[in-house]
Design a protein around this ligand. Structure first.
Ligand SMILES: Nc1nc2c(ncn2[C@@H]2O[C@H](COP(=O)(O)OP(=O)(O)O)[C@@H](O)[C@H]2O)c(=O)[nH]1
Ligand SMILES: [Mg+2]
Ligand SMILES: [Zn+2]
Length: 403
């Protein structure tokens, strides 16, 4: 286990800095060394920063107290900051623990995700600890199709707010934002759209207005993570103990934003990160940070692994305008593709609903239907398989052409 950690911690930083921080933390610690604290001070964690936060500051609530009350004895509660294959870094009261999971959880296919609140059991004979339970999740980002539960599907849990980060310029694409919105809504978290790199835009306000029209009711906030411009407008969404995840394409500036909000470089950005020579990114960056204001922030909880199929549940919240008009359609299962008595088509004809909006909706529905059909035949568990499936479909189409 230690081996695995050394070879690829979730987080890389200058070891000297890390050592110094750790020393500072424990050297200045005047409180009596309890048993728990002494085992926590083992220099195990590569992922969660050393810290002094209480469980409550990490987002623990009275509901968690109630769920945890059945545990007595050598149990400890914590919050998962990072997962590295079969090893988890868990933030506990005043420190971090690196742990595996119990055989029972493994057999059930219940693997803790970043953001999970977990129960740890200390194993005095080995000096290690083991995750034995996962407390019930308030929200979750899942990998596969909606409805499949209990297996290794949850990527991030207990996220209250999602910052959908996009950047002025090439990345700014309303279609992509709609996909992210549907995924965010499906998770149960509250979305906020952040348009980064506004320093590169001639007119950030107009940009924000355009995006706002594709996301009714969702805050749209232009910022520059590099200059700091507009970043304070995120404050209302960052109160103490609120868990906020950053999602968005690679390169839009998520890590730069975390570094700005933390006031120091805690995440590697694309200027600093390591590649393995084949151009692949070699570190898994998946962490929970506590901001100065007390909010908890998760950088990029593996969104590429999130199946778009999971977004079905969020589509109604992504297109509330269309769903509202659709209540007037004659058929309850109207697809708004020319059925008689279609109120949506009527609204487009009358100019009260933009045609582009309906197109977006239909495109996403089609995409989700395709994903779901694939999920049902078991093809979409991993992105690799997904591409294989698409390749096969393309080959099949090619064959049909040839005949
Ligand atoms: N001009 C400009 N560049 C930025 C801004 N934020 C980030 N970048 C740059 O965009 C690149 C990608 O940033 P990074 O934080 O690694 O993106 P991530 O992949 O979303 O985490 C880096 O070169 C950053 O310096 C910004 O507000 N303005
Ligand atoms: Mg990043
Ligand atoms: Zn209709």
């Amino acid at each position: 286990m230690m081996q695995a950690r050394r070879h690829g911690g979730c987080h890389r930083e200058d070891p000297a800095v890390k050592d110094r921080d750790r020393k500072a933390l424990y050297a200045s610690d005047a409180t009596p060394v309890t048993e728990a604290r002494s085992f926590m001070s083992q220099p195990t964690s590569q992922c969660g920063q050393q810290h002094r936060y209480t469980l409550k500051e990490l987002g623990w609530t009275e509901e968690h107290d109630a769920a945890f009350s059945k545990y007595a004895g050598p149990y400890l509660a914590g919050r998962v900051a990072c997962r590295q294959k079969t090893v988890w870094d868990v933030l506990v009261d005043g420190g971090s623990v690196t742990a595996g999971i119990s055989g029972a959880l493994r057999r059930l296919g219940r693997f803790p995700a970043v953001g999970d609140f977990v129960v740890l059991l200390r194993q005095p004979e080995t000096g290690t600890s083991m995750i034995v339970d996962i407390l019930s999740q308030k929200t979750r980002f899942t990998r596969g199709s909606a409805g499949r539960e209990g297996t290794d599907q949850v990527i991030a849990a207990n996220i209250d707010t999602v910052f959908i980060v996009t950047a002025a310029g090439r990345d700014l694409n309303p279609r992509r934002i709609e996909r992210f919105l549907a995924i965010a809504h499906a998770s149960g978290a509250f979305p906020v759209i952040v348009i980064n790199k506004s320093d590169l835009a001639d007119d950030p306000t107009t940009l924000a207005d355009e995006i706002a029209s594709a996301s009714p009711g969702i805050p749209v906030i232009p910022i520059s993570a590099v200059s700091g411009e507009g970043v304070d407008r995120l404050d209302p969404y960052l109160p103490p103990r609120r868990t906020v995840a950053l999602i968005g394409s690679s390169g839009v500036g998520k890590s730069t934003l975390i570094n700005r909000l933390m006031g120091r470089p805690v995440q590697e950005t694309s200027d600093t990160r390591d590649y393995d020579g084949k151009g692949r990114h070699t570190t898994t960056v998946r962490q929970l940070f506590v901001l100065d204001g007390g909010a908890l922030m998760i950088d990029n909880p593996g969104l590429r692994e999130v199946g778009i199929g999971t977004a079905f549940a969020g589509i109604a919240d992504t297109f509330p305008d269309i769903l509202e008009v659709a209540e007037g359609c004659r058929f309850s299962d109207c697809r708004h593709e020319g059925e008689p008595g279609c109120a949506v088509q009527a609204a487009v004809a009358a100019g009260t609903l933009p045609a582009a909006r309906l197109e977006s909706y239909q495109r996403l529905v089609q995409e989700l239907a395709f994903e779901q059909a694939k999920a049902e035949i078991g093809l979409v568990r991993l992105e690799k398989k997904r591409w294989k499936a698409i390749g096969k479909i393309q080959r099949d189409i090619g064959k049909m052409k040839g005949e």
